[in-house]
Design a protein around this ligand. Structure first.
Ligand SMILES: C=C(O[C@@H]1C=C(C(=O)O)C=C[C@H]1O)C(=O)O
Length: 293
């Protein structure tokens, strides 16, 4: 006697078909990623990581997303997929600033880079940067800079070297979800290109060898078409201040635009500083995260 098929059985059969179709598409996507990985070549360097492209993929999907399935869940699924696809192309490991009392960064890093990528916790942001510099990690996850950081990690990224690690993403990209810990964002650091996505922020390091107030610097940036949205200052003496106007200082300035290292606005900024020695470098940047309700 064959059991009677209920409407629920029919719906579940349809779900099985959809799962097969999704799985087939995943395997098809993997075959394409293998071809992309082969076309990129040189697996020794982290050139296979394209954070801007990853952001654009998710923005495009969010723009077409409708229905009752939570947008945050779509992002989480794609982040898990994209990280696994990235790992297929070359070595991929994450070093996260996650001391025992600050587990929130571990959670946002795991949400972004997935559950299968090797991930290690380190006790200082500088250790995360070191792991990227010495190649033991592909990506370092460190706290988003704050004005009162006593020994800001970002000063280690101030360099004109094209192969230096730089900021490549801001986390979380698609909402904090159930991440533990304090509500502070993180930045991802890697030796990967900062590429324009149409909605970007750039971090500039501005080394100033003389007296130039933060107010003047802000005016100069605005006059050069570089709208600053965030400032942190570090004095070589070892202390961060609110309004450095005195001796040599390094500012980390976030610009509400994509700025390439060869952008003419940077040359204009140096020219406008007159007699005061000013050195400007890009410290990378990020695609503005999704604003998920
Ligand atoms: C597949 C690529 O490599 C990586 C994986 C991506 C993906 O799975 O879509 C996107 C960007 C890269 O970080 C690519 O560069 O297109």
């Amino acid at each position: 006697m064959s059991p009677t098929r209920t409407p629920l059985d029919d719906l579940r059969r349809e779900i099985d078909q959809i799962d097969d179709a999704l799985h087939d598409l995943l395997m098809r996507r993997a075959a394409l990623v293998e071809r992309i990985g082969a076309a990129k070549g040189s697996p020794g360097q982290a050139v296979y990581l394209r954070p801007g492209r990853e952001a654009s993929i998710l923005r495009r999907l969010m723009a077409r997303h409708t229905g009752s399935f939570p947008a945050q869940a779509v992002v989480r699924i794609w982040r898990e997929m994209i990280s696994a696809f990235t790992r297929m192309q070359g070595p991929f490991a994450i070093a996260v600033y996650a001391p025992e009392d600050k587990r929130g960064f571990w959670d946002v890093a795991r949400d972004h880079y997935g559950s299968s990528v090797p991930m290690s916790a380190v006790n200082t942001p500088a250790a995360a940067l070191r792991a990227v510099s010495d190649g033991t990690a592909t990506v370092g996850v460190v706290p988003y800079p704050a004005e009162d950081d006593k020994d800001p990690w970002w000063r280690f990224l101030v360099s004109a070297d094209a192969n230096r690690p730089r900021v490549v993403a801001r986390l979380p990209f698609g909402g904090r979800g159930n991440a533990r810990g304090e509500n502070r964002d993180a930045l991802a650091i890697a030796v990967a290109a900062h590429e324009p996505t149409g909605d970007d922020r750039t971090l500039l390091s501005i080394e100033i060898g003389g007296a130039l107030s933060r107010g003047r610097l802000k005016d100069m940036l605005e006059a050069c078409g570089l709208p600053p949205v965030n400032f942190c200052t570090w004095h070589a003496g070892g202390h961060a201040t609110d309004h450095g106007g005195g001796g040599p200082s390094i500012h980390l300035v976030e610009i509400a635009d994509f700025v390439d290292p060869a952008d003419p606005r940077l040359t204009t900024l140096v020219e406008r500083s007159g007699d005061i020695p000013v050195r400007v470098n890009t410290v990378g940047g990020y695609a503005v995260p999704l604003n998920l309700a």
